[in-house]
Design a protein around this ligand. Structure first.
Ligand SMILES: [Zn+2]
Length: 327
């Protein structure tokens, strides 16, 4: 099937080009870099229009306005300017990556939405000002500067925007993407991350459940699980990576991933240990988020150490560069 398509292209394209001015031909593999540069042009934020679902309402705005809203919502505005810039570039990259891939099946009518389980959070200047209080003028200026000073810039791997996922804080290191989701990507690799309990609020957290509560929650999701006897027998075959993230474990005979346990129990991350008393089961959790890609608190620590947003981004996204987005 692919061969047929390729053969078709081989016959069709030269004929197509014969009628088109050369400089308007799309950039294709096989063209020289010079020809590609002539065929494409940088897309700056003010020229890129997006349709965004905000509170369920379709709103049209440019990329600059959208990214300001995302950075306000996704990263504390008290963070270092270079961390905020890294966040702006990551959010721009993520959005363009999704758009290049055809957008989200959840909302074919919109390029992005404000649901954190689907796209990125979004906060208007008014909403943010209400929560920032006396700092709002300073914070708003920092956010706008982070977006404006990175205008049009994205994280690139082999010339394309990457799946620039990020999370709040890591437990010593970020995670390989295939250990969290199925797909392996060369630029989402585990790297050491510098943030710890001194830099991150609630870096260590605990979640406790009575035995009855835990049974009810788990059996509602996995009805065939066998949870009887003492809780120390409920959990077995716990596989953790070198940094303590739970890859998989058995609960009442059912194999689940650390990520599944995290979402089922509302844990802050999949990096946890389990302990028991006679009537409770307790999860001791490190870090916050899925652990893949850029750590936001790690980015802030790196910025405090004098790293630039480009150094932060190319550190967390392995083998990438930061450059202007061309269309
Ligand atoms: Zn969405």
């Amino acid at each position: 099937m692919l061969t047929v398509v390729l053969m078709g292209l081989l016959f069709f394209l030269p004929w197509l080009w014969a009628d088109s001015p050369e400089e308007e031909a799309p950039a294709l593999p096989g063209q020289t870099e010079k020809e590609e540069a002539e065929a494409s042009s940088t897309v700056y934020d003010s020229a890129k229009m997006l349709k965004v679902l905000i509170d369920g309402e379709l709103t049209e705005m440019d990329m600059e306005t959208y990214l300001q809203g995302v950075v306000r919502a996704e990263m504390p505005a008290s963070f270092e300017e270079e961390a905020l810039k890294a966040q702006a570039v990551a959010a721009r990259t993520y959005t363009l990556y999704k758009m290049e891939g055809g957008g989200s099946a959840n909302h074919p009518e919109a390029d992005a939405c404000d649901d954190i389980n689907c796209c990125k959070a979004y906060k208007s200047a008014e909403e943010a000002a209400a929560s920032w209080g006396v700092s709002s003028a300073v914070y708003e200026a920092k956010i706008r500067q982070a977006v404006a000073e990175t205008d049009g810039e994205v994280v690139l791997y082999e010339g394309h925007p990457v799946l620039a996922v990020f999370h709040s804080s890591s437990a010593g290191a970020t995670r390989n993407v295939e250990d969290v989701w199925q797909q392996s990507l060369p630029y989402l690799r585990s790297v050491a991350s510098p943030e710890g309990a001194d830099a991150v609020p609630n870096y260590y957290s605990k979640a406790s459940f009575t035995l009855t509560e835990f049974k009810e929650i788990f059996i509602a999701q996995y009805p065939t699980a066998s949870l009887s006897g003492t809780p120390s027998n409920w959990f077995s075959n716990i596989h953790q990576d070198v940094n303590g993230a739970v890859e998989s474990l058995q609960v009442g005979g059912i194999t689940v991933t650390g990520g599944e346990m995290r979402s089922l129990l509302g844990l802050r991350s999949a990096n946890f240990t389990i302990s028991f008393t006679d009537d409770t089961v307790e999860f001791s959790v490190t870090g916050y988020g899925h652990g893949v890609g850029m750590s936001q608190y790690g980015a802030n620590v790196m910025a405090q150490e004098g790293k630039t947003y480009k150094e932060i981004l190319t550190y967390y996204y392995t083998g990438t560069t930061v450059g202007l987005y061309e269309e």
